[in-house]
Design a protein around this ligand. Structure first.
Ligand SMILES: Cc1cc2nc3c(=O)[nH]c(=O)nc-3n(C[C@H](O)[C@H](O)[C@H](O)COP(=O)(O)OP(=O)(O)OC[C@H]3O[C@@H](n4cnc5c(N)ncnc54)[C@H](O)[C@@H]3O)c2cc1C
Length: 448
């Protein structure tokens, strides 16, 4: 078959992208290395869209939950991943959990049977020099291709590990305790939120880091080259009781407006998205278990009611600095015949990866027809996730992210948390419907 789009990687994103293109009448070559004598460290089968770990697509509640809303939007756009997930649903309350073998088998069969899809079991080692391409090789991208991607993006824009610091919803921070100031009081702008600690609070917190239960590295993650550069906070704590006070918790120059003095230690948060709704705890990448993180980080003064948009972690994870590198339709600005999709763009999770695959497929199909698809509104789950990846996130601190309401433009006014979630999902439903109804195509934009 003479293909029009080459997709590299037949995981969640590549499979969804292939489906969207094929359904739009575009001929696709889907290159998947598993089944051709290769395997990743996390996959076990040759099936397309294999779920490498849990069998859950998380909440299916489209009224109250951002990932549930994303499910609904993907269904509205004819998602293969959501259709196969629905067909192989297993009981899991309000979550969508699936029979993993049945699910992957259905995705594989649907693509194999599609007249516009050719599945080739091959490993690709270089970015193609021409032809519309979607790279969807995921967190465990094979090394040679990763090197080729690094050559195109610049090696400092390609990460092999994530080092995730927790992210807090801005409106859950107690600003009667915290205050804004520049980092260690250098510079004119007051860009950081500072949480002050007394000596006693610091010592208890330090002990909590040492005692807290941690997740183990997987065998193939153990020799982690990031370790010195992006050290977990608990490892720093192990180096001595004052190490953190000379590192991320340094209080120097930070006068607490309530006392006029420097606190014993500070925890600093930095804005994480252009909307200013999400703030990351600087230097707090960690392998503490999630429950432990919530408990311990809520002992930080000012964060006692913190709502976390994301908790910390460290994993093997290949991803590019998308906010810097990609245009609004997921094209690599420097090499625009290449698009990226899935977890390699810095989204996180099965559903988010498939969602970005869906959009990449639709963008590529439109481009082949000499048009561009106007991205979904930022008020929808698809648009919020895409907007975050392609520009809304802070490129300097970019780390993988699940979909969550913190990525949506805020709805002003006081209301109960449950009502606010309803307001987000109701707005998203209306705006997606309007987007689907509208003439959502326009001329292809120039690369900025
Ligand atoms: C150990 C581990 C556990 C995880 N657990 C979960 C979880 O429980 N829940 C969750 O939501 N997410 C989890 N994730 C994240 C999960 O991997 C992603 O959410 C999702 O699989 C990403 O989809 P993707 O299509 O981007 O990548 P993948 O699904 O990984 O697909 C990428 C595909 O590209 C292929 N490939 C790689 N390099 C090449 C090459 N050079 N040529 C050809 N083919 C290539 C791979 O074989 C693979 O099939 C986990 C990730 C890891 C590593």
């Amino acid at each position: 078959m003479n293909s029009q789009v080459h997709i590299i990687g037949g995981g969640l994103a590549g499979s969804e992208a292939a489906w969207q293109l094929a359904e739009a009448g575009v001929r696709v070559r889907l290159s998947e290395m598993r089944g051709g004598g290769e395997m990743t460290a996390a996959h076990h089968t040759d099936a397309l869209a294999e779920l490498v770990c849990s069998n859950s697509f998380r909440s299916d509640d489209a009224e109250n939950n951002a990932v549930g809303l994303l499910h609904a939007e993907m269904r509205a756009l004819g998602s293969l991943i959501m259709a196969a997930g629905g067909a192989h649903r297993v009981p899991a309350g309000s979550a969508l959990a699936v029979d993993r073998d049945g699910f992957s088998a259905q995705v594989t069969a649907a693509l194999a049977a599609h007249p516009n899809v050719e599945i080739i079991r091959e490993r690709i080692d270089r970015l193609p020099e021409r032809g519309l391409t979607i790279v969807a090789t995921g967190p465990l991208t094979a090394m040679r291709l990763a090197e080729s991607i690094g050559a195109a993006t610049g090696s400092d824009a390609l990460a092999f590990f994530d080092a995730i610091a927790p992210i807090v919803h801005r409106d859950s921070i107690d600003m009667s305790i915290c205050w804004m100031a520049s980092r260690w009081d250098k510079g004119d702008t007051k860009d950081y939120i500072n949480c002050p600690m007394t000596k006693q609070q610091y010592l208890v917190f330090h002990q909590g880091l040492l005692d807290g239960e941690k997740t183990e590295f997987k065998e193939w993650e153990k020799d982690t080259p990031y370790f010195e550069g992006c050290m977990p906070i608990e490892v720093m704590a192990e180096r001595g009781v004052d190490t953190l006070r000379y590192g991320p918790m340094k209080p120097v120059g930070l006068d607490d407006p309530r006392t006029g003095r420097w606190p014993y230690a500070v925890v600093q948060l930095r804005q994480d998205n252009a909307l200013g709704t999400l703030w990351n705890i600087v230097g707090f990448q960690t392998k503490l278990k999630h429950g432990e993180q919530v408990r311990l980080f809520r002992t930080i003064p000012g964060l006692q009611n913190a709502e976390f948009a994301r908790l910390g972690g460290l994993h093997r994870n290949t991803f590019i600095n998308s906010p810097k590198l990609l245009d609004g339709t997921l094209r690599l600005k420097a090499v625009p015949h290449i698009r990226f999709a899935g977890q390699i763009t810095g989204c996180e999770g099965y559903v988010e990866s498939a969602a970005i695959g869906l959009l990449a497929g639709r963008f590529a199909a439109a481009e082949l027809q000499g048009e561009t698809l106007i991205p979904p509104p930022l008020t929808t789950a698809l648009g919020a996730l895409l907007g975050h990846i392609t520009g809304g996130a802070d490129a300097d601190s970019y780390q993988p992210m699940n979909v969550n309401f913190g990525l949506f433009p805020p709805i002003e006014g006081r209301m109960k948390k449950a009502n606010r979630k309803h307001a987000y999902t109701a707005r998203a439903r209306d705006d997606l419907a309007a987007w689907l109804d509208s003439a959502s195509h326009a001329a292809i934009p120039e690369i900025a």
